[in-house]
Ligand binder design. Structure first.
Ligand SMILES: [Mn+2]
Length: 655
């Protein structure tokens, strides 16, 4: 950052005057093709209970844990992004699985070149020195890729020794500070390291894919990405894709200033005519950088990747195959986890695939493949419908992307653009899929190494535009979350006109058909307290909300009729929930658990006549113990008052 500050102040005027000319020259140089070019429960998973009636307690935690971690990353990222002020090391946070996360990373940050004062104030003096040392992070001799003993080979972890010399320790710390991942370990790994083949055998059957697949332009946006990581991303594309299917790799430099991103990068890729470098004349943020890349793409399909990815064998064909069969299909690979510390490559079989969703905060999240979708397929390796995409890694037919109006040009930096593209894909005649045969690894970080612009809530502004244009009468549920204060979101009339001209379906259609699992607050069968009729008829279900209280037993407390921790909703599908937390029983305590929409451990069948709450997977009934302290599960008996419950505002017509 020190360097940025210095450069900005020194060359501010020159850049302002010559920016356009310079940019055109650079583009001519770097985009002309090549040679001269010098120049990204099981159900289980599903959650606790998963499917149907099977009662499966123990399987859920590992995969659900990963998904929750991803989702928490996203939440952290948004919270950080929305802060008005940031201390140097507190920004960002990587979101999960490919998605939102990314934006926070490199790809985006809201740093604005001309906020000189802010920049200076936030940067500790030593960071300048750090950047000047950057030249040291040059090319590290790649070990022989074939050697199974090479660091990181076959996706193995690089574990640094505990007893590091002070010099090494400093280099490791510097790598973390600059990148928010372990650059030192990353630099030890071959830029063409080998990886395991994570594909299901189904993916490799003869004639699985069409012969005449369309070529793609792979667009990788980056901002000061680490050298070895950026190169490994590009080499994994070139080495693990059929040559005729990757027409070009377009590296979009979103105004990097680290030395290795300049001439060194151009020199390196001189030997690779298919790799083109496009430089943004100022910091653009992810959304505009992606559009910049698209402008120079010459293949019929666009494939977007982050700049800290590794593609695995056979990643591309299954994506292109779906688009070849139907050009309105938008596809995402499975996003595997590259450990931010050891660079170990983690993957799961196709039974653990997640699909994208969102909540009424218009926040992307992952959930398990719904039962209904599972039943549509013979193999878990077949592409599955996904209500939304994470946003960082996907392929789309270029013409279809343009027909959909690409991204809302009123969106700034990042945030919401993945939901915009998801909604309009579905509502305007397309299909969005996760393709389990396609695996791409991605380094997930816990924070962003970059800075956000202060004082502007970019995500909220983007989300309000999104809600205004696409959500119809459901926009109110988002507005309730932001205190009905929409702020200044600019003019959306041209986006509404676009939707009109495309003849897109309603958001209600989308919810009913594509994301019926999403809980709609207005459709609850009952809302308010849930009162037990035993031992004096004064005891209510009581539990604090929020992610921190998930997985803890649901308590009891004397009814107070003031909502809060006693406010529950009974959904049409038999969940007892508040926001995204559901009452869940897997054989131990009755706890709150993220709602998974797959019934099972979260299914409660309420009978208004007997007033029993019969649990789906255990077939027991919810009751309270005599001390009124604890929820218990008992064999159902309609003569026991402690098993009877009253729901407030119960309205069976909503069933
Ligand atoms: Mn990323």
């Amino acid at each position: 950052m020190g360097l940025i500050g210095r450069r900005r102040s020194s060359f501010l005027k020159i850049i302002a005057l010559l920016g356009v000319v310079w940019f055109m020259v650079v583009f001519v140089l770097y985009s002309d093709d090549g040679s001269s070019s010098s120049s990204r429960s099981a159900g289980g998973v599903a959650g606790p209970s998963g499917g149907g009636s099977a009662f499966e307690a123990p399987r859920r935690l590992p995969l659900q844990g990963i998904r929750d971690r991803f989702n928490q990353f996203i939440i952290n990222a948004r919270e950080d992004a929305n802060k008005d002020d940031l201390s140097p090391d507190v920004d960002g946070g990587e979101g999960g699985a490919g998605g939102v996360v990314d934006y926070v990373n490199n790809n985006i940050d809201g740093d604005v070149p001309f906020v000189e004062k802010e920049t200076k104030r936030k940067v500790p003096p030593k960071s300048k020195k750090r950047n000047e040392n950057q030249d040291l992070t040059g090319v590290i001799a790649p070990p022989n890729e074939d050697s199974p003993d090479a660091p990181g080979a076959m996706g193995k972890p690089v574990v640094l020794p505990k007893d590091m010399s002070p010099e090494m320790k400093k280099a490791v710390d510097d790598g973390w500070a600059k990148n928010a991942f372990n650059q030192y370990a990353a630099d030890m790994i071959s830029i063409r390291r080998s990886l395991p083949d994570p594909r299901d055998p189904w993916c490799k059957e003869p004639n699985r894919y069409q012969k005449d697949l369309p070529a793609t332009s792979v667009i990788i946006c980056f901002h000061n990405e680490a050298w070895s990581v950026l190169l490994r991303t590009v080499h994994s594309v070139l080495d693990r894709s059929p040559e005729h299917l990757v027409k070009e790799v377009i590296l979009v430099d979103d105004f990097s200033d680290m030395p290795h991103t300049q001439k060194q990068l151009e020199d390196y890729f001189e030997a690779y005519p298919r790799v083109k470098i496009v430089r943004a004349p100022k910091r653009e943020g992810l959304i505009r950088a992606r559009l910049l890349g698209a402008r120079y793409a010459t293949a019929p399909v666009l494939t977007y990747l982050d700049s800290h990815c590794e593609c695995t064998t056979g990643w591309l064909e299954p994506l292109l195959d779906r688009i070849a069969k139907n050009s309105t299909t938008v596809v995402c690979p499975v996003i595997d986890v590259i450990d931010d510390n050891t660079m170990e490559y983690h993957y799961r079989d196709s039974g653990g695939v997640n699909v994208g969703g969102f909540d009424w905060n218009l926040q992307f999240n992952w959930h398990a493949v719904p039962e209904k979708e599972k039943r549509r397929h013979k193999s878990t390796a077949e592409p599955v419908w996904s209500p939304t995409m994470a946003g960082g890694l996907f392929s789309i037919d270029k013409e279809f992307f343009e027909r959909l109006g690409t991204y809302d040009s009123g969106f700034d930096i990042w945030g919401g653009e993945n939901l915009e593209l998801s909604f309009k894909t579905w509502m305007c005649g397309g299909t969005l899929e996760i393709v389990p045969c396609s695996h791409v690894g991605h380094i997930f970080r816990k924070r962003s190494p970059y800075k956000w612009r202060t004082g502007v809530n970019v995500i909220k502004r983007n989300s309000v535009r999104l809600a205004e244009v696409w959500l119809d009468e459901y926009a109110k549920y988002y507005y309730q979350r932001i205190g009905n204060d929409k702020g200044d979101y600019g003019d959306v009339s041209s986006r509404k006109q676009l939707r009109e001209e495309l003849g897109c379906k309603s958001f209600r259609w989308y919810l009913d058909n594509i994301f019926p699992e999403l809980f709609i607050p207005g459709e609850a069968v009952a809302s308010g307290e849930v009162r037990n009729m035993g031992y004096g008829n004064r005891t209510c279900l009581d539990a604090p909300g929020g992610k921190k209280n998930l997985r803890k037993p649901v308590g009891l407390y004397p009814c107070h009729n003031q909502g809060g921790n006693q406010y529950w909703m009974l959904s049409k599908t038999g969940e007892i929930r508040r926001d995204e937390a559901c009452l869940d029983y897997a054989g131990q305590d009755v706890i709150l658990y993220p709602c998974h929409g797959s019934k099972g451990n979260q299914y409660w069948n309420y009978s208004p006549s007997s007033r029993l709450l019969r649990h789906g997977s255990s077939d027991k009934c919810l009751a309270i113990n005599e001390s009124k302290q604890k929820l218990v599960m008992a064999d159902c008996d309609a003569s026991v008052e402690a098993q009877k419950w009253l729901f407030q505002n119960y309205d069976p017509s909503k069933l």
